[in-house]
Design a protein around this ligand. Structure first.
Ligand SMILES: [Zn+2]
Length: 246
């Protein structure tokens, strides 16, 4: 199966936001091999009192390949993410509203989780050919498609990061393959880890299998018993000792 490609454009990002977006694309592509997101550089959008308009994007000609635009500005209609046919728009202006310090002790990675969630949501809607209003639901379940009208609810969505049964059925009805759904869920696994302050690993940490040793095991002194008076015995090693009740 060939990977699908999505072009990703940026609008008015700071240097720090550029790095955040680069990390999000890296995390997205590393989590699965079904969809490849390619950064295509900056584009211009018109501002209205420092906000951007989704209608401005949909008013232009439909692109040949699916594309997502990320902006540092809020949307006029206050949404986080929009999608229709081959285009999507996401904003990264409001992550502190999503995970304020009093809610998340793992705030160092909160922006990364928030950005990766929006990127995953936009991608899922593009893959299914769904318009945002066709699938986003008002009830907060922890599902990717929670609308999160109360923006603080997005913290729950980040930590649960799953696709609920009705939404899975909706994606299937629209022709999204199970392989694509699994790919989206693989990225959501990273969202969940990042929201909890954990660092997703591309490979499992090297462990100690049967019959192997990391050196310490080969040279460590085994504990030995040296006395059994007064109902307890003393366990000692070369440098320390402790008592153990029988
Ligand atoms: Zn759902």
């Amino acid at each position: 199966m060939r990977a699908q490609h999505i072009d990703f454009y940026t609008h008015d990002l700071s240097d720090e936001q550029e790095w955040q977006i680069t990390r999000a694309v890296r995390d997205f592509n590393a989590a699965q091999r079904v969809v490849n997101i390619a950064l295509r550089g900056p584009r211009k959008l018109r501002l209205y009192l420092d906000r951007v308009s989704w209608l401005d994007i949909t008013a232009t000609a439909e692109p040949e390949a699916p594309e997502i635009t990320v902006t540092s500005h809020r949307h006029i209609d206050n949404w986080f993410t929009h999608a229709r046919r081959a285009r999507a728009l996401m904003q990264i202006a409001e992550w502190p509203v999503v995970l304020p310090p009093e809610v998340s002790a793992a705030a160092d990675v909160a922006p990364d989780a928030h950005i990766l969630m929006s990127l995953t949501l936009a991608t899922a809607m593009l893959l299914a050919g769904l318009e945002d209003r066709d699938i986003l639901h008002g009830e907060t379940r922890g599902c990717l498609f929670d609308i999160c009208a109360r923006k603080a609810h997005r913290a729950l969505k980040l930590r649960c990061a799953f696709i609920c049964r009705p939404c899975r059925a909706r994606l299937s009805e629209r022709g999204m393959s199970s392989v694509e759904v699994v790919a989206i869920c693989s990225v959501l696994e990273r969202v969940r880890l990042l929201s909890l302050g954990r660092d997703p690993q591309d490979t499992a940490p090297a462990g100690l299998g049967p019959g192997t040793s990391n050196g310490f095991q080969a040279v460590a002194t085994a504990p030995r018993y040296v006395g059994e008076s007064d109902g307890s015995r003393r366990i000692t090693t070369a440098g320390s000792s402790l008592r153990s009740s029988l």
